[in-house]
Design a protein around this ligand. Structure first.
Ligand code: SAM
Length: 235
C-alpha cells in the first residue's frame, strides 16, 4: 500500500499520474511494507535491518559513522542503539538531512549528531564540505559511510573517493540490476530501486572497493563495499 510521507499514513487508492499520458490512476498496492515504527522513530528500511545491521557493526567495529539521509530518524537510532549495546556509545554518528524534522531534537538527545545541511552542491555533483567530511572520514579507525539521501548514486560516487583503507561505504535502495530487482525484490522485499552495480562500477575500480559478503545485504537492499589495501601497501 502506498505510504504518504506528509500524513505519515498508508493511503489506499492514492492517486498517481501516469508519466506517459498524464492520466491519474490509483497506485498499485503492494504487500511490501517500507516504513516501520522503531521505538519512538520511523524507520524506512526492510525490517531485517533490525537483525543484520547490529551483526554487521559487531563484525566491523567502526570508529565513526557518516549517514546521508536521516529521514525520520529510525535507522540512525537503530545504529546508535546497536553501537551502545556493543559498548561503543562514544562512536560518533554524524547524520545529515536537508529537512529539519521534529524528531531531530530527540535524536540529538540520544547521541546522534544530526545536522540539517546539504553537503552537496545543487546539481549533486560536488561535495561542498570536502574538508569537514574528508577529515572526519580520514580520521584513524574504520569509517562507515551510509548513502540514503536524495541521490544515492552520486553520494556513493562522491564519498567513496574519500575513504581510506579498511573503510566501508554502503548505499540503500540497491539491486544489482533492473532484472534482479523485478524478479527478486519488487513486490516481495522492497519497492524502491535507486542504485545498481553499473552506477558504481567505475568508482569501485578507481577506489579499490571490494564487496563485503559476510552478510547478505542484497536481501535488505543495501550495497556494501570496503576499501582494500592497495598492492603497494599489501604485505
Ligand atoms: C529515504 S529517506 C532516509 C531514510 C532513513 N535513512 C531511514 O532509513 O529511515 C531520504 C532522506 O534523504 C533526505 N535528503 C534529500 N536530499 C538530501 C541531501 N542532499 N543530503 C542529505 N539528505 C537528503 C530527504 O530529506 C529524506 O529525509
Amino acid at each position: 500500500m502506498p505510504y504518504c510521507f506528509e500524513c505519515k499514513g498508508f493511503a489506499p487508492g492514492l492517486i498517481e499520474i501516469c508519466p506517459e499520458c498524464n492520466a491519474p490512476y490509483p497506485k498499485i498496492s503492494s504487500p511490501v511494507k517500507g516504513t516501520w515504527e522503531y521505538e519512538d522513530f520511523t524507520l524506512q528500511q526492510h525490517k531485517d535491518v533490525l537483525t543484520e545491521f547490529p551483526l554487521f557493526l559487531q563484525k566491523i567495529n567502526p570508529a565513526r559513522v557518516l549517514e546521508i539521509g536521516t529521514g525520520h530518524g529510525g535507522f540512525s537510532f537503530l545504529l546508535r542503539n546497536s553501537l551502545n549495546d556493543m559498548g561503543l556509545s562514544e562512536v560518533p554518528i554524524k547524520s545529515f538531512d536537508v529537512i529539519e524534522r521534529e524528531c531531530y531534537d530527540a535524536l540529538r538527545s540520544h547521541g546522534v549528531e544530526v545536522s540539517v545541511q546539504n553537503l552537496f552542491d545543487p546539481s549533486y555533483s560536488e561535495l561542498e564540505e570536502r574538508e569537514l567530511i574528508g577529515n572526519y572520514v580520514q580520521s584513524p579507525g574504520i569509517s562507515l559511510v551510509l548513502c540514503d539521501g536524495g541521490n544515492k548514486r552520486m553520494e556513493f560516487n562522491i564519498l567513496s573517493a574519500l575513504l581510506k583503507e579498511g573503510d566501508f561505504i554502503m548505499a540503500h535502495d540497491y539491486a544489482p540490476d533492473l532484472q534482479y530487482f523485478n524478479e527478486h525484490i519488487k513486490g516481495k522485499r522492497w519497492d524502491w530501486f535507486e542504485i545498481e552495480d553499473s552506477h558504481i562500477e567505475e568508482a569501485c575500480k578507481a577506489n579499490n572497493l571490494a564487496s563485503f559478503e559476510e552478510i547478505n545485504f542484497t536481501d535488505i537492499v543495501w550495497v556494501c563495499k570496503y576499501k582494500e589495501k592497495s598492492e603497494s601497501n599489501a604485505q
